[in-house]
Design a protein around this ligand. Sequence first.
Ligand code: PDD
Length: 287
Amino acid sequence: MSRIVYVDGAYVPEEDAKVSVFDRGFLFADGVYEVTSVLGGKLIDFDGHAARLERSLSELDMACPVTMDALLEIHRELVRLNALDDGLVYLQVTRGAAGDRDFEFPDADAVPSTIVLFTQAKPGLADSPKAKTGIKVISIPDIRWGRRDIKTVQLLYPAVGKMMAKKDGCDDAWMVEDGQVTEGTSNNAYIVKGRKIVTRHLSNDILHGITRAAVLRFAREAQMEVEERAFTIDEAQAADEAFITSASTFVMPVVEIDGHPLGDGSPGPVATRLREIYLDESRKSAV
Ligand code: PDD
């Protein structure tokens, strides 16, 4: 069945949705995005995603074509029109189509931003079988640009990284810079030693995950110790547990790093508990 998507103010069937070939998102990856998960027809952590979108746009001097209130309504309307129960809403804003290919930013008053939203159904999103077995990751060098805190659509290297993992029979890759793990290709990375959770501190080197913020808050509320600092692959391989967080995976246990099993090779108690807490709490506050 064809989806209804949102393009520049209109709800249209996906086959009728059009964006210019001159769009700067297409030509220059000059755009930002957000992914918000939907459980039971409700949006998870919407306010966090909206706030990060505003920040990404402002860091790139890009105008937001809609208010945050309108954005919530568009998300809800797409969920309703597509009868989405479990899945996600993808949102992308680009610097628009100036009519020619030109590196210089066009005048924002003359060239409106492009905004596109669509849904992706993922039945049983919260019951992923991978959450029971855990995932395997490889490490790869982090060769991305230096503003990873901005959620841009420049995702070629993360896509290449996931293909490298797949080729090695693994699920994902953790990226390493100056000997230390930055983050996963599309998620934040954590290790657990004893009851202490370690994850890289916030800076321009990683995306400030919305799931990360919520999970660390819940962990602290549950009296778990949290240390925000960088760690190496050696330290990760010697850890009791590891996990990743993102809007689409919530909290996902990692059971193997570069072929080295963690603990007994099955999901650990801290990751398992945090996943339960995150799903319970975020369902309660879903909108
Ligand atoms: N990825 N780090 C990177 C590089 C990411 O791309 C993402 C999200 C995260 C986690 O952020 P959050 O918890 O706000 O989802 C961390 C999304 C899900 C994606 O690209 O599909």
